[in-house]
Each structure stands twice: as C-alpha cells, then as structure tokens.
Design a binder for this molecule. Structure first.
Ligand code: FE
Length: 349
C-alpha cells in the first residue's frame, strides 16, 4: 500500500517533534543507495518545517559479498562508517541523526551517541511507519516495563510448547524502544514498542521451543515444525527438530564463529499495532520485520552480539526470534502469561 507525501510528511513531523527537534538544531540524514526515497524526501521536508538545519550523508553499500541476504540485519557490525572520519565528524556534531541506512550494532554508533547526538533509525516501508507512529501511551508503557526490568535479577520463560528457560539479569543495560529519540545520546527505532536486556554472561540455561507459527529473523519465515533450542552456560548448545532446525543450524554454522551461539538480547513486545501476521504479507526483502519484533505480548530472544549493550561480543550473525503464547516472569512476577501482557501499567487493552 502506498502512502501520500502529505500524509507521510505529517507523520514525520509528529515523530520529529516527539524527538524534541527544535529550530536551529543540526539534523543529519544518514542514507545509503537503498534508502527509501520517499522516507528521505518526507523526513527532509518535515525536519526543515520544524526549523532543523539539514545535512545528508550518503555512505556506500557494505557487506554485499559476505552476507547471505540483502537484509542489513543479516550481517551486522561492520558499516561504511569504519575509518570514515569525515562522516563521523558530521554525525558527531549533529543534534539529531535520522538513520535511513541502518547503522545498528556498529562501534561507530556507540561513539556517535556518546557525543550526545540522538539517533532515530527508520528503515521500514512508509506504510509500516505510518501504522506505528509512536504515541505517548507507547512511551509510558515501555518505560513502566523498563522500571520493572531494571530491578529484576532473573528472567524465566515458559510455554505449553515446552519452553522452560531462565537467565540472570543485572549486568547489562536495558534496551528501551518506544520509537522516539527524545533525549541527548538516546538511540531509538521507529517503529518499535518493546524492551530487552542482556543476560549475565554464562547464565542462560534451559530449553526454548520455537513452536509452529513462531518467527525466525532474518529468515522471515514462520516455523512449520517445532525447533527445540537447548541453552547451557549462556550459549545455545543444541538445535533439535526437523527441517526448520536443520536450516537454522546450517545457517548459524556458516558463520564459523562460536560466538554466534551466545544468547543476546531478551525481552517482550508491547506494541499493539505491530502484527504477528504482517510479515507473511510482505516480500522478504521489503521489510526488516519490525512487526515481528514488537508485536504485543511476544517473548523475543536473540543470539549473537552484545556490542549494543557495551559488551565485546562482536559477531556478524544476529538472530531475532519472537515467540507467541509464552509466559515471561521477572523474579517470579508475571510480565506476560500465555502471550497476554499482565502488569496494568504495561497493558494497552
Ligand atoms: Fe536484535
């Protein structure tokens, strides 16, 4: 579905105002050859209307020869900012960066944020962005969940499909995504509406069952036969099942890096306008799958890098795996039961 420039500019204006863009601020749009032209056009107009001083930095494509997909989340860590002092200088002297390229997981992103620039990633198609314009309610609920997660020392996940998993928390920061880069040094992603953290090193253990209908990213497939994952000492040690298990096993093996098996971020979805079904209606390379990552009541875990959390695990393979119908507990207190969000201050219904 296409959207009009008029509608999309208005959406950008709402989001950039929500990012506290003020007249006279330096706004840099970070683009690459595959940036959505309507996003670039409409973001530029909206930022100008709000009085931003606009610069566009276009970087060359990267990793084409090593990645098995055009989805930039299929091969992470190295970006075209590596060694690019001119681009880094422009980005570090920006108040607000609109990332229409996908810089996530690069050490350069951390360095830019430390300089105080705030950064909003937005690479999903215009109609997906329009459907999930961040709201004050999204922000309030995600922050309420963040407050609870900050105090947690253990996370447990269970499901009728057989998940029985636990990990220790507290050593890593929290990833809070409500869709607005509204504070100095803050990174966020439009669309989103979820939160996560990273388990303490070596603590993840137990079984996660990816059930029929659950999603594996970046494959962007709905699993057809259940996959059993066994975690011990913080790492994924066994991938058991039929075709889907074999595919996942072979894909992860292809990176030839033991660190791809580490547990990465882990959390739950709080975005009611993100839909479990949406990904099934798109060509695989038309989206990065934010509906799947954010849908309300999911249990999302991932494998691979922890550089986003200030860790040193820098591995290019990052699998995001959102599950339905799970229960998620913090220190025994339910956040989600059978896919339903429980705490009243996190609920959207
Ligand atoms: Fe992820």
């Amino acid at each position: 579905m296409t959207v009009s420039d008029t509608q999309f500019i208005a959406a950008w204006r709402t989001v950039l105002a929500g990012c506290n863009l003020k007249a006279g601020e330096q706004v840099t749009l970070l683009t690459s050859t595959d940036t959505n032209p309507q996003s670039l056009r409409c973001a530029t107009v909206a930022a100008s209307e709000l009085g931003g001083i606009i610069t566009t930095v276009e970087l060359p494509p990267m990793n084409g020869e090593v990645s098995l997909s055009r989805d930039k989340l299929a091969y992470v860590g190295a970006t075209a900012l590596r060694g690019n002092k001119a681009a880094m200088a422009a980005l570090k002297s920006s108040d607000l960066i609109i990332d229409l390229m996908l810089l996530l997981f690069s050490p350069e992103q951390g360095e830019i944020l430390e300089s105080g620039s705030r950064m909003l990633l937005a690479v999903e198609p215009p109609e997906v962005l329009l459907r999930m314009i961040p709201t004050e309610d999204d922000r309030r609920r995600v922050l309420a969940a963040t407050d609870r997660l900050k105090r947690a020392r253990t996370m447990t996940a269970t499901s009728r499909a057989g998940t029985d998993f636990t990990c220790a928390l507290g050593d890593y920061p929290i990833l809070t995504e409500y869709g607005l880069a509204d504070l100095p040094g803050r990174w966020d992603h439009w669309p989103s509406g979820f939160l996560a953290t990273w388990s303490n090193e070596g603590s993840a253990s137990g079984r996660i069952v990816i059930d029929r209908g659950d999603i594996i990213l970046p494959f962007k497939s709905y699993v057809q036969d259940a996959v059993e994952l066994v975690f011990r000492d913080g790492y994924l040690r066994e991938i058991n099942g039929g075709f889907d298990a074999e595919f996942l096993r072979e894909y992860m093996e292809s990176f030839d890096d033991p660190e791809v098996y580490a547990l990465s971020h882990i959390g739950w979805g709080l975005q009611p306008r993100a839909k479990w079904t949406a990904m099934g209606l798109y060509d695989r390379e038309a989206t990065i799958g934010m509906d799947a990552r954010a849908f309300y009541g999911n249990f999302l875990f991932s494998t691979g890098p922890n550089t986003e959390a200030g860790g040193t695990r820098d591995t290019p393979c990052h699998m995001d795996i959102p599950l339905r119908n799970c229960s998620v507990y913090l220190d025994g207190e339910p956040m989600v039961i059978d896919g339903k969000v429980i705490p009243p201050d996190q609920r959207a219904d």
